[in-house]
Design a protein around this ligand. Structure first.
Ligand code: SAM
Length: 250
């Protein structure tokens, strides 16, 4: 904690996909040294075990149980602790700048003149591809990589409109796909992605519970998909290794 009246720094940090060995050195260092830690619900216990025993860990996952915390509540916690001079680790899964509302948090911190720093993490798309031993791009079949989400902010369309969204020769990685895979596949096929396109769902990538479903878009709705968090990788470049390595258990 700082000793003068200067606010503490807020660190917006990516925790990677779950495996602690995929943390950056900078993230591990901040875990050991920050006074207050505000982790999202996808940040694993193994990662939080690396925190200082004196750290004040306040889970702020919006699905982490009761009571649900709002984005405004997270902002208020960052402000409260930084204003008291504490260093604050705002720990997000994957990379903090991908589907993590970091834009809103940075705007809030700027508005309140709180110093902050961004530390990138391994986004789940890259971790899932590595776990599958598949490339995301390919010289002959995928010259574009699209990171998209099926989840929209309140007030926007309930289902995203995919029409015309996907150029040929692309790999599409879909974050937060929801659980209605039948409707999703129908929409994606209607948007122009051929029904026979390979599609892999990776549940809990890089954790001991990782579950991989390899199918095609037309069969996605009837496939068995593991529990959240799930990532969908769609495209001809996606070729999971036939014999995937057994996930680590320690
Ligand atoms: C709110 S977004 C956060 C994304 C994160 N910032 C990133 O870069 O991976 C949460 C979504 O990320 C994906 N995700 C995160 N961790 C994952 C994992 N270990 N395995 C599979 N998908 C994951 C899922 O699609 C999940 O619904």
């Amino acid at each position: 904690m700082s000793t003068d009246s200067q606010p503490g720094t807020v660190y917006l940090v990516g925790a990677g996909p779950g495996d602690p060995s995929l943390l950056t050195l900078r993230a591990a260092d901040l875990l050991r040294t920050c006074d207050v830690i505000l982790p999202d619900d996808l940040v694993s216990d193994e990662i939080l075990d690396l925190a200082s025993p004196t750290a004040n860990i306040i889970p702020v996952g919006k699905r982490c149980g009761q009571p649900r915390i709002t984005q405004a509540g997270i902002h208020a916690l960052m402000l409260e602790h930084a204003t008291q001079g504490s260093s604050v680790l705002r720990l997000k899964s994957g990379d903090p700048l991908i589907f993590g509302r970091a834009g809103e948090e940075m705007a809030f911190l700027r508005q309140h003149h709180i110093p902050f720093e961004i530390v990138p993490g391994i986004t789940s798309a890259f971790a899932a591809a590595a776990a599958l031993q598949t490339p995301l791009t390919d010289r002959t079949s995928a010259s574009k990589l699209i990171l998209a989400t099926a989840h929209h902010a309140a007030g926007k369309l309930a289902l995203p409109s995919w029409q015309g969204a996907f150029p040929d020769e692309s790999t599409l990685v879909l974050y937060m796909p929801g659980r209605d895979f039948t409707t999703l596949a129908t929409d994606l096929i209607a948007s122009g992605i051929p029904a026979h396109t390979p599609c892999v769902a990776v549940s809990k990538a890089t954790t001991p519970d990782q579950f991989v479903t390899s199918t095609t878009l037309q069969h996605l709705g009837t496939a068995t998909i593991g529990p959240a968090p799930v990532l969908l990788l769609i495209g001809h470049a996606i070729q999971p290794a036939p014999q995937l390595p057994i996930p680590k258990t320690s």
